[in-house]
Design a protein around this ligand. Sequence first.
Ligand code: TMP
Ligand code: ZN
Length: 406
Amino acid sequence: MQSSCRICGGVVLKSIDLGQQPRGNGFLLPRDVENELTFHLTMGLCGSCTMAQLQGEVPQELRYHESYPYHASVSAVHREHFEGNARYFLEHELTGPDPFIVEIGSNDGVMLATIAQAGVRHLGVEPSKEVAELSMARGVRVLSEFFDETTATKIRLEHGPADVIFGANCIAHIAHLASVCRGVESLLGPDGVFVFEEPYFGAVVDNTAFDMIYDEHSFYFAVRSIKAMAERFGLELVNAEPLPLHGGTMRYTLGRPGMRTPAPAVAEFLDEERARGLGEHETLLRFSARVERIRDDLNALLARIRAEGHRVVGYGAPAKTTTVTNYCGIGPDQIPYVVDNTPAKQGRLVPGTHIPVLPPSAFHEDYPEYALLFAWNHAEEIMAKETAFRDRGGRWILYVPDVHVL
Ligand code: TMP
Ligand code: ZN
């Protein structure tokens, strides 16, 4: 299967096939199981610019709607991180007269709330109404639209150029990324920066984190592919900083060409990525073989635990749960329920496999012998607060980078 690259038009070859899948965040009510939408989930690399990307596309209106269930503020670690980001921008980038910052995908205002409190001009662009309203309640200004070239022009006319354009766990979600780049190029001030943080493709490969692949993640960024993208749209990659979030995130900083001196990290990461073959099809074929191994090992482990008469429940219902359970064929028979602290997900079913999502109290009231940690990127935070489970003999099952029991 081939498709054309959404960034440069080059040929994208299929390297990973996760089969028929529903929308990753399409948590549904039991009465809606009849009309569930599924699509063939495959991912590949562009032979020209090396951008890793999905080959098909679920229309964005079906993904970021009224009740988009992901709230960035549910994690204490994330809240702290984004407040730190805001303080960094206030101290280092928003220092001129009447500075202006735009956030693409501002979610529930987790970052911009701090900017708003400092009285600095800002605008969040957030198409999902429910989370946009949460941020408005925190005093954040929001435009409830998709960010693209047209929106960028409108913002520039109304507010002037931006000193910072920021996006976190959002830019790689946007299938029309080429239009976003053109928009950024027109909205950015002369010495402005476009800063975005997204899961790092190198970490996805290292962790065999195939569950990061779902309909919302249109792209999987690496330093090399972002550098090529920046140049294509008249920008320059000036920094790449690894962060520990989401199991391995990279923060990219783009500026106008020649305005900032690129940090040595850019060249260092380019060398490293070249040496490990990150932009090569063969690397992904090996990744794909490891994914099949995880599927087989996980199914074997779940079958063994059941044969021993023990229970396994799921912990955390990130969209990753959808990919793993659908790809591995794990349903309520293997895992009777998953718990998640997001109220909007509770009482719903995991897309495709229809495992019920319950509040964490279900877990606390009746500890199972095993918990399969779907929210593995929050392992430290979750294990630290669930020590009582361990104290009663409970064991955690992780499936990345391979299947193991802790
Ligand atoms: P994420 O991996 O996309 O950040 O999503 C993490 C999911 O895990 C989200 O649905 C919230 C849930 N979660 C819990 O249920 N308990 C927790 O302590 C944490 C940190 C997350
Ligand atoms: Zn390309």
